[in-house]
Design a protein around this ligand. Sequence first.
Ligand code: ZN
Length: 411
Amino acid sequence: MEHRIDQLIEHCHVASMSGPGYGAIEDAALAVRAGTIAWVGPRAQAPRFCADEVFDAGGGWITPGLVDCHTHLVYAGDRAHEFEMRLNGATYEEIARAGGGIVSTVAATRAASQAELLEASSGRLARMVDEGLTTVEVKSGYGLDVDNELKMLRVARELGHRHAVRTVTTLLGAHALAPEYAGRQDDYVSLVCERMVPEAAAAGLADAVDAFCETIAFSPSQCERVFEAARRAGLPVKLHADQLSNLGGAALAAHHRARSADHLEYTDEAGVAAMAAAGTVAVLLPGAFYFLREKQLPPVDALRRHGVPIALATDSNPGSSPLLSPLLAMNMGCTLFRLTPQEALAGFTVHAARALGLTGQVGTITAGAWADLALWDVERPAELAYAMGAAPLHARWFAGVRDGAAQDARN
Ligand SMILES: [Zn+2]
């Protein structure tokens, strides 16, 4: 019996990221039907397919399309000037007086129209898509008032219509204190809880709610208020936790059944154990660690021992991680945090999908998942985390549609 499919991909190896290691299938075949994976396995075991199109992958490796589960891609302005000032010896005070720091990004983002914000963010996302990205999480957090936070989330949604990429949006109203609330932090948290969270939820603009738990941001009890508001609105939570100090953020996130706790440099063993018990994913962000020249390493060994899934992300943002390369983030995860190349790839696929609540839909090459795929000109999957700036992407599929396939048909 012949199986009708849309596309048969052959002459490839597959790192399915399902099962032990890479879930590798050498000399594989992959069948796509209606945007999803209909069959994957060794070519010798493939059933007889009747395919509209057969694609020769040239002997490369196919992985799930990359999933970046933590970005701040939507913002206006840039901070290169501030970077240059700092390296010319300016102090933080001098930079702040010159209008630098997060307040400069907030001012530029508030001043930008939705169209301008979309244009700026779209260019950044295009770079990541060119590197095999097919799913991206995008946070708000530079508007810091109701209208501008919702504007950022609308832009994040719009990015998914403009690019062949899945976007998952996160409301991060509790990112920093809005300047007009100086000295009234609890009032600002009330604005987040009573207006931003319910309005973002009612408009269908937020898939999750995040907060920044840190001495320079919001206290654990303030973050807890945000989590309660998210629960009332029916939205899952996640947390920027323990990046610069240990405030017990990881344990707090776990207590609220957060999908992920992110950064985690200062998380202790008790925090890791709480995450393991709650099924909270650890999202490590080596780009910020690198850019801020941090010294405290996240507790990778404890995460492994407790079986906490480890995701990796770019944390792409103008202040602390102006990073647009998932592959470089994988390399940094290996060089700085001593992850293995297999862990780094799992961090940008299967575990990142879990951090976004998309297990089984993206992040693995398994029957029934979306056919979001990346084909690489590499001899082995470890090359993806090994090489810096190599750009080995050969082809990318989003929901079964290969980039450029429509143009090929016309030419
Ligand atoms: Zn972040």
